[in-house]
Write a protein that binds this ligand. Structure first.
Ligand code: PLP
Length: 362
């Protein structure tokens, strides 16, 4: 039998949740509300829909590996240089590219726990040692993360707002961290939920790319833009970092259609604003509900919430799935006795709340 890298023995393939069709059959349900992966419950821009009605793809031709058109538009929008952008098949692929570029046996990497699991997964594949620093009430413990950095540290992962807690990082603390972090350590700031963050709480991290040569910011079209199935995300960093990532990147890693649609999606800021406003309304009303039933939750600047549950999160997960709602049990995310749920449509959230009330009584 062929043996892969030794590190693979510690890992397992990504276990995705059950597919909607499967659950429908299993529990004899007509409709399933998927609140487990933080997709946009409002879908995506009508401009994208319109575009798709008229778009005649030429799938016979390789995509533009440089992503030139999208690159120009995005650079202008972000007030960045075109050479400061790198594209991936989702920001997840950029996580993978960062690990492949900067991690190997003998070096280590520092991250929070719990946080987005793909940092650790890919770091282990590259043979790096992983140093995990527990969050404090869901917030990154930045002083402890700084203290964990040593001569062998190559990459530090920051996720703001953090997944699975939803907590945002304060700008001042981020700046303080960057000022004290050695400049030969790459700092990855994953902003997958950037569009949801209250502007008063936003780090404005892209503006710091010029101040810190060792910073890369990750963004995605999968969450607020509602294009998770399209697989496109990007990183912003100084050219020296981007050039190295581009060596590792597959030459045609984003599809032609993903590039085109991302361009159209970028034109529709109203859609993002609308999503954001609806999400905020649902969030505030759900938080009020949680107060009323006396359940705790983590502060969130995203389209999901981590909620404390009276018993195990897995138990509530089982109850909810039988009634047509899929959430993520905290036991799978490293925070027992919680569930993480995407904030859904208003009417679905009302039904969801009724279920929590019934669950509380049972
Ligand atoms: C969803 C998510 C991603 C991955 O997004 P893709 O662009 O779809 O790969 C990255 N980081 C965090 C924190 C996420 O929640």
């Amino acid at each position: 039998m062929m043996e892969g890298k030794a590190a693979l023995k510690q890992l397992a393939p990504y276990q995705q949740g059950k597919q909607i069709q499967e659950i429908k059959q299993m529990y004899n349900l007509d409709r399933i509300v998927k609140l487990s992966s933080n997709e946009n419950p409002y879908g995506y821009s009508d401009k994208v829909k319109q575009f798709l009605n008229e778009y005649i793809p030429s799938f016979d031709i390789y995509p533009d590996g440089y992503t030139k058109e999208l690159r120009s538009v995005l650079a202008a929008k972000l007030n960045a240089q075109e050479t400061e952008l790198v594209f991936g098949s989702g920001s997840e692929e950029i996580v993978q590219m960062i690990c492949r570029t900067f991690l190997y046996e003998g070096v280590n990497t520092v991250m929070a726990t719990p946080t987005f699991p793909q940092y650790k997964h890919n770091a282990i594949i590259e043979g790096a040692e992983v140093k995990e620093i527990p969050t404090v009430e869901g917030y990154h413990d930045l002083p402890a993360m700084l203290a964990a950095i040593d001569k062998k540290t190559n990459v530090v992962w920051l996720c703001s707002p953090n997944n699975p807690t939803g907590n945002p990082m304060a700008k001042q603390e981020f700046i303080q961290f960057m000022d004290n972090c050695p400049d030969n350590v790459l700092v990855v700031l994953d902003e997958a939920y950037y569009e949801y963050v209250d502007p008063n709480k936003d780090i404005q991290a892209i503006n710091e790319i010029n101040n810190y040569q060792n910073l890369i910011v990750l963004r995605t079209f999968s969450k607020a833009y509602g294009l998770a199935g399209l697989r496109i995300g990007y990183g912003i960093a100084n050219e020296a970092i981007v050039t190295q990532l581009n060596i590792v990147r597959g030459p045609f890693n984003t599809t032609s259609i993903a590039q085109q649609i991302a361009l159209v999606a970028l034109e529709d800021d109203d859609f993002i604003q609308d999503t954001k406003a609806k999400n905020l309304e649902v969030k505030l009303s759900f938080q009020q509900f949680l107060h009323d039933i006396d359940w705790g939750y983590y502060p969130s600047e995203t389209n999901f919430m981590l909620v404390s549950t009276p018993n195990s999160g897995t138990e509530l997960f089982e109850y909810l799935i039988q009634h047509g709602f899929i959430v993520r049990p905290g036991e799978l995310l490293g925070i027992p006795n919680t569930i993480r749920l995407t904030l859904g449509l208003k009417e679905d959230m009302e039904r969801f709340q009724q279920l929590l009330v019934s669950y509380n009584k049972s």
